[in-house]
Design a protein around this ligand. Sequence first.
Ligand code: ZN
Length: 110
Amino acid sequence: MLPTDKSQDSWRLALKYIGRCPLCNEDYKQENAELFDKNETSNLVHITCNKCKINFVAAIFLLGQGISTVGALTDLSLDDIKKIHGKEPVTADEVINLHNLLQSGDFFKS
Ligand SMILES: [Zn+2]
């Protein structure tokens, strides 16, 4: 008997718990959802509403006792999410360097 690993798609089941679009109340469809990151306990899913096309990002936590989800509406498309996700956060030093560069005026000369 082959081992069956259902954990791969278990986040899809969690879509049932997210349920409906908060804007237009349309049921979310699995084909409109895509997993863009996962680790042992959480899955990050981007969902586009079939009807109103609003984007929704959900974190689905698969815990031993059950499933927990948090989500937020976003104007980021799945491509945008993939672009920014996984990049290093901007450090304070980088912000200060940019600030100094803008202050010095050199930024606009070249
Ligand atoms: Zn909708």
